[in-house]
Ligand binder design. Structure first.
Ligand code: SF4
Ligand code: SF4
Ligand code: SF4
Length: 252
């Protein structure tokens, strides 16, 4: 199988897995994040943590992330999947019209990736102060969860609807726009320690000279000379693994 065929096979596999989870567990990401909000709210009130359904889901996803890297983000999360599908549509339109979207300089991309920590701090702050209902009321995830459960009574969630539409526009302009720049759950996952087993890592002389095949294909534009400090950004999509001529395994 040549590299193009491998990439296509991985893409098809990923879309199939994403569709299955989209159908059967479309709100898993928002339920896990509800676990974060719930835990912070209890800490804010000085109460003991309760192992609710949301908190258990969060703990399971954190354990999966620690063991396998952010495989949930790469293959399972429905919001990430929707982002991938809108970006595929965008790529199709770009191909048909012969117009390419401008590329964000990688330096800016790195800065923008920090925004999600600000979002996470704001959400944690609201929940800690007992104002978590504002987060739920204005969240685009609330709207997404309502839509995926076929509840279209969105009149009380206009802010969330507008934010969701803006996010969709962003998803079409930049691959994994929301995941990279804004997702507070992604921020939590990026901060966890990891024992990833599917990554490749540039290893100096073992790489082909001037090879950047992995970085060019990476949706979060992870450069391997920066991998140690930006490792948390990796969404374990596996693309670098299939394009690397060496398939160098990370051995951290
Ligand atoms: S970064 Fe957030 S939205 Fe993106 S795949 Fe991960 S949990 Fe889902
Ligand atoms: S291409 Fe590789 S480094 Fe980039 S997100 Fe996917 S698995 Fe991670
Ligand atoms: S694709 Fe493989 S050989 Fe090329 S830079 Fe990445 S890790 Fe090195």
């Amino acid at each position: 199988m040549n590299v193009k065929e491998k990439i296509r096979t991985l893409k098809i596999f990923r879309v199939i897995v994403q569709i299955i989870f989209f159908i059967f567990m479309p709100s898993l990401f928002s339920q896990a994040f509800a676990g974060v909000k719930e835990a912070v709210a209890l800490i804010g009130k000085g109460e003991n943590l309760i192992l609710s359904d949301f908190v258990i889901k969060l703990l399971i996803l954190c354990a999966v992330t620690i063991i396998f890297g952010r495989i949930f983000c790469g293959f399972v999360c429905s919001f990430g999947a929707v982002g991938d599908w809108f970006y595929m549509l965008s790529e199709f339109i770009q191909k048909k019209t012969g117009r390419k979207l401008p590329v964000i300089p990688s330096k800016w991309q790195v800065y923008l990736q920090k925004l999600k920590y600000i979002v996470l701090i704001c959400v944690i702050g609201f929940c800690f102060l007992g104002k978590g209902e504002y987060v739920t009321k204005y969240s685009p995830w609330t709207v997404f969860s309502l839509i995926t459960s076929r509840n279209f009574k969105l009149g009380a969630y206009i802010t969330g609807v507008v934010l969701l539409l803006l996010i969709v526009v962003g998803m079409m302009l930049k691959e994994r726009f929301f995941c990279q720049f804004l997702c507070p759950l992604g921020a939590v996952f990026s901060l966890l320690p990891k024992l990833p087993i599917f990554h490749v890592k540039k290893k100096g002389q073992q790489c082909f000279e001037r090879c950047s095949a992995c970085t060019n294909r990476c949706p979060v534009h992870l450069k391997y000379d920066e991998a140690d400090i930006r490792d948390g950004e990796c969404i374990s999509c596996g693309r670098c693994f299939v394009v690397c001529p060496h398939r160098i395994k990370k051995n951290k």
